[in-house]
Every structure is written in structure tokens, then in C-alpha cells.
Write a protein that binds this ligand. Structure first.
Ligand SMILES: *Cc1c(COP(=O)(O)O)cnc(C)c1O
Length: 383
């Protein structure tokens, strides 16, 4: 018998009560019963985003929410700055170019974090830049960005700060309003602990100024239309059919986050990530990120000339644990362990144990139990 676990940096495990919520009969989306659900979800999303702004839900992948941010904020010919530290940072540049923006790509080395001073220099050089796009948790490299420091720079300029928080919301500390973030794009299948299929877009007043005047064509992804429907009545509504079952699941997941308390959620992710990093080092392996470590996902360098795709496949086939390899320029060279969302001590211990066994099978010498012991000791010391 094989038991399956998903420890990818998305999709992530879904708690049983959230899974069960998808099995409920469909409520029609134009009923007050459903709009009451939307009201609760809207209030709890604001809590998780740490914002007073309305959070718009688009049935879409996380990339859909990113595209929604671009089409609502950018007009063809606008200058934008993209501070990229990996694959998902580059995605902002691709989407912005697709819609005719003039993209200044400020690319930092993979594994490092964006330097807020460099962003400041670029904005100083060209104050006509309309928007700065960046990533909070760079899932491809296991590094994170200091969004608070970047926000402190950008708030002094007319430009808006647009953040991909797809794999950080509900995992890493994130305070939209306090950190002067103007637009946030999020997906459902990571820290929010629900299946894939929902995209979230939240905008500040400063961003709304741009949204009202953006000339990029859009229909389904119109933020203004969605915001009007969400706020014009006492109960929220949506312009088109809502993803009823996913929203029912979201309601349950947000209740779990609220009951744990968002600060405790952030602290849990730090603790699990530290346990993984401690175990990895104890095994004699190296963490890929050299910048700010990402508490949602850890990227580990493959030892010697071994292929990470092979390791990941072996772990999946033998132990049923789904880890992921590397993307783009680090394909085959790193493997990544997701420890976000519905994740606990036991998940970390299982994943480390499986990595030790699989590396041994591949002929790489690791002392069995060394990483597991380090994780156990760390977790017990931080109980
Ligand atoms: C997963 C992820 C995305 C893309 O989400 P999709 O739902 O696959 O479109 C974007 N950015 C980051 C940082 C991610 O981790």
C-alpha cells in the first residue's frame, strides 16, 4: 500500500473539513444565503491580507490574478519596473509585455533577494514609472523579498507596488496596508489550503486611481466591475457565476486560519522552515537561497552530479511524497520541499526521512536519521 502526501509548494494539502465542504449541494450564487457566505469570506480575507480594501475573487489560477492586476493597472506604452528574483518574477515581465507595457527588468541573481536600494535608484532615474512588480515568496528559488522595505521605498513615488503573494499569503508575514502595498495577486492552492481554481486581487486607493483610467482592454477581469458588484449592496455579489464550491471551501479554510490566528500561522511557518533548513544542513546538503530564506518552501542543491528529477520521482514512487524539482535554469539541480498551508511537524519529519532514504538509494552517502534527528531536536526545542 502507498499513502500519498503532497509537499509541493502548491498545490498543498487540504484539511479534511475543507475537503468535505466541496461535497455540499450547490447553492445558487444569486441567493442571500450564498451572499452571506461571500460576506463572511470577504471579511476574513481582509484579515488574512491585513487590509481594509476589498479582496476580489476571480475563478482563475494565480496567474489569472496576476494578469488581472496587469490589465487593470497598466495601459499600453506605460513604463513598468519588474524586480525579479526568479521564474515567477519573470512572469510579471512576460504578462506586462504581452499587454504592451515598456518593461524595465531589474533581475537579481537566482537565490538572492531584491535590493530595495536598487529599486529606489531605478525610480529616481525614471519617475515616470507607473508600477513596480515583484514577488513576495519566490517559489522557484526558495528566497523571499522584503516587501516591507520595498514598500517603504515605493510609497515616496507616484508608482504603485504590485506584489505576487501567491505562495506567501497565509504563510509568510504579510501586511498589505501597513507595508504600503498597492496591489496583491494570490492563488488558492498554496497557503490558503484550498484546491486550485481561485485567484484573488486586492487593490489600494492609489492603485484604484490607475485602475479607473487604464486603457488596456478587459472584460471578465475588470476590477471596477467586480468591485462594484462586491460593494454596491449590503451583501456582496459577483458579476458572473461564482465558484460556489471553492468559495464554500474557502469559508472553512479561512475559519481555520482565523481560529489559529494569523500571527500564529506566520510563526508556525517560520518554525517548520527552520526545522527543514536545520535538517538539510545536518544531512550535509546546501540550501539554494542565499538571500532572505523563504519560510514557505525550501530549495536544496542536489549533491554531486545527481539529477533532482530522479530524486523527486524516486521519493514519489517509493514513499508517495510529492516534492518538486527545479524550474528553468535550475532544472535538475535543486529539489524543493513545500512546508506551507496545512503543514505540521510530522510532515517535515516525513519529508526529511524520505529524502535521506532516497539519496541513499541513489548512492549518495547520508547517515540515515541525521537530518531527521536535527529536525526533531529543533522542533522539540521550539515547542
Ligand atoms: C504558484 C505560483 C504562481 C502561479 O500560480 P498558478 O495558480 O499556477 O497560476 C505565481 N507566483 C508564485 C510565487 C507561485 O508560487
Amino acid at each position: 500500500m502507498k499513502k500519498n502526501y503532497i509537499m509541493a509548494p502548491g498545490p498543498t494539502e487540504v484539511p479534511p473539513v475543507v475537503l468535505a465542504a466541496a461535497a455540499l449541494p450547490i447553492i445558487h450564487h444569486r441567493t442571500s444565503e450564498y451572499r452571506q457566505v461571500l460576506k463572511e469570506v470577504s471579511e476574513n480575507l481582509k484579515y488574512v491580507f491585513q487590509t481594509k480594501n476589498e479582496v476580489i475573487i476571480f475563478p482563475a489560477a494565480g496567474t489569472g490574478a496576476m494578469e488581472a492586476a496587469v490589465v487593470n493597472l497598466v495601459s499600453p506604452g506605460d513604463k513598468v519596473l519588474v524586480a525579479s528574483i526568479g521564474n515567477f518574477g519573470d512572469r510579471w515581465a512576460d504578462i506586462a509585455k504581452t499587454y504592451g507595457a515598456v518593461v524595465n527588468l531589474l533581475a537579481f541573481e537566482w537565490g538572492s533577494s531584491a535590493d530595495p536600494k536598487k529599486i529606489d535608484q531605478e525610480l529616481k532615474k525614471d519617475p515616470s514609472i507607473k508600477a513596480v512588480f515583484t514577488t513576495h515568496s519566490e517559489t522557484s528559488t526558495g528566497a523571499a523579498n522584503d516587501i516591507k522595505a520595498i514598500g517603504a521605498v515605493i510609497k515616496n513615488y507616484p508608482a504603485v507596488l504590485v506584489v505576487d503573494a501567491v505562495s506567501s499569503l497565509g504563510a509568510l508575514e504579510f501586511k498589505m496596508d501597513e507595508w504600503s502595498v498597492d496591489a496583491v495577486a494570490v492563488g488558492s492552492q498554496k497557503g490558503l489550503m484550498i484546491p486550485p481554481g481561485l485567484g484573488f486581487l486586492c487593490m489600494s486607493e492609489k492603485a484604484r486611481g490607475l485602475a479607473k483610467n487604464s486603457k488596456t482592454p478587459k472584460y471578465y477581469f475588470s476590477y471596477e466591475k467586480a468591485l462594484k458588484k462586491a460593494t454596491e449592496d449590503k451583501l456582496p455579489d459577483t458579476p458572473y457565476t461564482s465558484s460556489v464550491s471553492l468559495v464554500m471551501q474557502l469559508k472553512e479554510a479561512l475559519r481555520i486560519i482565523k481560529a489559529e490566528g494569523i500571527e500564529n500561522v506566520w510563526a508556525r511557518h517560520i518554525r517548520l522552515a527552520e526545522a527543514v533548513r536545520t535538517a538539510v544542513k545536518a544531512m550535509g546538503l546546501e540550501i539554494f537561497a542565499t538571500g532572505i530564506p523563504n519560510n514557505a518552501v525550501t530549495a536544496v542543491k542536489m549533491p554531486g552530479s545527481l539529477d533532482s528529477a530522479e530524486l523527486v520521482k524516486l521519493i514519489r514512487q517509493t514513499y508517495g511524497i510529492f516534492l518538486v524539482g527545479g524550474q528553468g535554469k535550475v532544472k535538475g539541480k535543486i529539489f524543493r520541499i513545500g512546508h506551507l498551508g496545512y503543514a505540521a511537524d510530522t510532515d517535515v519529519i516525513l519529508a526529511i526521512a524520505a529524502v535521506e532514504m532516497a539519496l541513499t538509494k541513489m548512492g549518495h552517502h547520508v547517515e540515515l536519521g541525521k537530518g531527521v534527528k536535527a529536525a526533531q531536536e529543533y522542533l522539540m526545542a521550539k515547542e
